[in-house]
Ligand binder design. Sequence first.
Ligand SMILES: *[C@@H]1O[C@H](CO)[C@@H](O)[C@H](O)[C@H]1NC(C)=O
Ligand SMILES: *[C@@H]1O[C@H](CO)[C@@H](O)[C@H](O)[C@H]1NC(C)=O
Ligand SMILES: *[C@@H]1O[C@H](CO)[C@@H](O)[C@H](O)[C@H]1NC(C)=O
Ligand SMILES: *[C@@H]1O[C@H](CO)[C@@H](O)[C@H](O)[C@H]1NC(C)=O
Ligand SMILES: *[C@@H]1O[C@H](CO)[C@@H](O)[C@H](O)[C@H]1NC(C)=O
Length: 240
Amino acid sequence: MKQFLFPCTILLLATLHFTTITAQSPAQAPAPPGPTNTTKILEKAGQYNNLIRLLVSTQVGDQIDTQLNNSNQGMTLFAPTDNAFSSLKSGTLNSLTDQDKVELLQFHVLPTFVSTAQFQTVSNPLRTQAGNANSGQFLLNVTTTGNQVNLTTGVVNATVANTIYTDGKLAIYQVDKVLLPRSLFGPPAPAPAPKPEKGSPPTSSDTPSDSSKDTSGAMGHSSSKIVSFAVAVMITASCL
Ligand SMILES: *[C@@H]1O[C@H](CO)[C@@H](O)[C@H](O)[C@H]1NC(C)=O
Ligand SMILES: *[C@@H]1O[C@H](CO)[C@@H](O)[C@H](O)[C@H]1NC(C)=O
Ligand SMILES: *[C@@H]1O[C@H](CO)[C@@H](O)[C@H](O)[C@H]1NC(C)=O
Ligand SMILES: *[C@@H]1O[C@H](CO)[C@@H](O)[C@H](O)[C@H]1NC(C)=O
Ligand SMILES: *[C@@H]1O[C@H](CO)[C@@H](O)[C@H](O)[C@H]1NC(C)=O
């Protein structure tokens, strides 16, 4: 009986150990060996599945890694959480063309390394990878109070919540909103309000197609914990 119990105990301990490891919150990960892999860093951090999918499909993730390797300016990425994506209005992403998605992602990337301290002194608007900030179409402004860093695009206000990763070359910050640029989501250029006239065509409000939201996240930590626990229970049961 003892001989039989022994491997069971090992198996059980191993399972519980795995549970503990996966449950640990990934604090600032050390620089992985070799070239920086932005999507890998985000995978480790968890809760960025929507962002990762977009970084891969638009190839902006590769662009960041290549640019990091080829410049000494560093890079900064604002990383919206899966929650930020799921709080977007339904159909927001589906209404975008592939080129729009590239712009949206590039709008989250600065072609320089910006430390948390440097946010206090950067000049507005920030220069993003998406294009000319001064045109107002890709405006991204920073406001700070104490250690709190907020961003505004003119369409949304976001808060920089956490440093996910920093190594002096690449900084990745968690943001609580998807940064929607004016170019794609802003109101059309303000025109002088026309006086209503007889026979003028009705203004058609542009309602985006209400297609399904892009929210399918991968299994989170809490559910993997539950699975591990269930496995542990099953092993225990089979050992009895
Ligand atoms: C970066 O990491 C992702 C996920 O781990 C992997 O799919 C991809 O191939 C990696 N890219 C490079 C250039 O190694
Ligand atoms: C990084 O740059 C070096 C030389 O500058 C080059 O040999 C290497 O292929 C580059 N790696 C990637 C992943 O771009
Ligand atoms: C930043 O945003 C938070 C939450 O919206 C708000 O309470 C705070 O006043 C803002 N701070 C600045 C400096 O804009
Ligand atoms: C962004 O900052 C610029 C420069 O300070 C300012 O002119 C502009 O009004 C700001 N826009 C928003 C939406 O905060
Ligand atoms: C963003 O913040 C500014 C200043 O605090 C406020 O005037 C504006 O209404 C906010 N915009 C949104 C979309 O919350």
